[in-house]
Design a protein around this ligand. Structure first.
Ligand SMILES: *Cc1c(COP(=O)(O)O)cnc(C)c1O
Ligand code: SF4
Length: 322
């Protein structure tokens, strides 16, 4: 399968970055030894020059190792984890963590201390225990597959999980959170779309952060999903030096809606260790969101939210359009 070949051709060593961009690999090595590095050929091709908004999202930065006092489990998820593969914080919704891997490792990831490592690897037994928990908890109506990236599973693994969830009578809908439309668009095959369409209502929320990610391959991947009957949403993270600019955010949100991807959330960055250099003040986020109002379709305006570290749940910031 093409997507597996693409994934196996990903850049995983600082030396490869150094050779391609003529930079010194030494400062990147210590960072990559702590937090995994993976950049797919597709995403690598979007980098125009070191330090640009694509680069910042995927290339290790020595600032990730700065001592910050920020916690590794920034959302206190462990206290809401009845079994390892489930996070159950709201009564009617639960996260089911089905994959610990992603196509590319985002430097700003909330779960960066665990993602792509043995600390976020779920065995088939743990996923089965997660599904059993959901089956035994009638209050759960909405199951969100996450990880890691659920679409790094093979079609048949994914199908088995979806089938079991679909057969639980109190589960009314399934959501999948995945960044592969951005980083590994080859993963979105007609076969995958056909598979997902069997488990309606099924929503896919993806994760574009910058208008330069809206290229033909990703536009095509989203078109395939939308044509296949999968409603699409987008969750953007507000990131310093990437999208903390009204013009960039406007272009992103307008472009997404044109691709039939509805901007859903704009997330204030979680307070996770190793991500402090991406932080944007809430005041800046508020002014960006209010700058969109009146200038683009209301449907293109995401709800700006924060997720406080006590684990109490998402809180809207400013004038929400909900
Ligand atoms: C964000 C989140 C959800 C889903 O929240 P919605 O606002 O319904 O999209 C569910 N569970 C957890 C733990 C979350 O963080
Ligand atoms: S795709 Fe999502 S889970 Fe994976 S590294 Fe990026 S932000 Fe984290």
């Amino acid at each position: 399968m093409t997507w597996k070949i693409q994934l196996s051709n990903s850049l995983i060593a600082p030396e490869q970055l150094a050779a391609r961009f003529g930079i010194d690999p030494a400062p990147l090595r210590t960072v990559a030894a702590r937090y995994p590095l993976r950049i797919t050929p597709h995403y690598l091709g979007l980098i125009q020059k070191p330090g640009d908004p694509i680069w910042r999202q995927c290339v290790p930065d020595p600032r990730e190792l700065e001592i910050s006092g920020l916690p590794e489990d920034s959302l206190n998820e462990r206290s809401f984890s009845p079994v390892p593969a489930v996070v159950h914080r709201y009564p009617d919704r639960a996260l089911l963590l089905v994959s610990g891997q992603c196509a590319g490792y985002c430097r700003f990831c909330t779960r960066k201390s665990r993602v792509g490592t043995a600390a976020l690897a779920f065995s088939a037994e743990q996923v089965a225990a997660g599904i059993a928990y959901i089956a035994a908890t009638p209050a759960i109506r909405d199951v969100i597959l996450t990880g890691g990236d659920p679409l790094l599973l093979d079609d048949d693994q994914l199908e088995a999980i979806l089938e079991q969830l679909y057969n639980i009578s109190h589960v009314e809908m399934i959501r999948i959170g995945s960044r592969v439309p951005v980083t590994l668009p080859e993963r979105i095959t007609p076969q995958l779309c056909g598979l997902l369409a069997r488990f309606q209502p099924l929503y896919l929320n993806t994760h574009f952060n910058h208008p330069r990610e809206l290229v033909a391959a990703s536009i095509g991947a989203c078109a395939l999903l939308a044509d296949g009957g999968i409603p699409l949403g987008n969750q953007t993270v507000l990131l310093r030096g990437v999208n903390d600019d009204p013009g960039v955010m406007l272009e992103l949100c307008r472009g997404l809606l044109r691709m039939r991807v509805r901007p859903y959330y704009l997330h204030q960055l979680d307070q996770a260790k190793g991500t402090g250099h991406f932080r944007v003040p809430v005041a800046t986020g508020l002014s960006i969101v209010s700058s969109l109002r009146g200038r683009i379709s209301g449907m293109a305006i995401p709800q700006y939210v924060t997720d406080p570290p006590d684990g109490s749940g998402k809180v809207p910031l400013g004038d929400a359009d909900a």
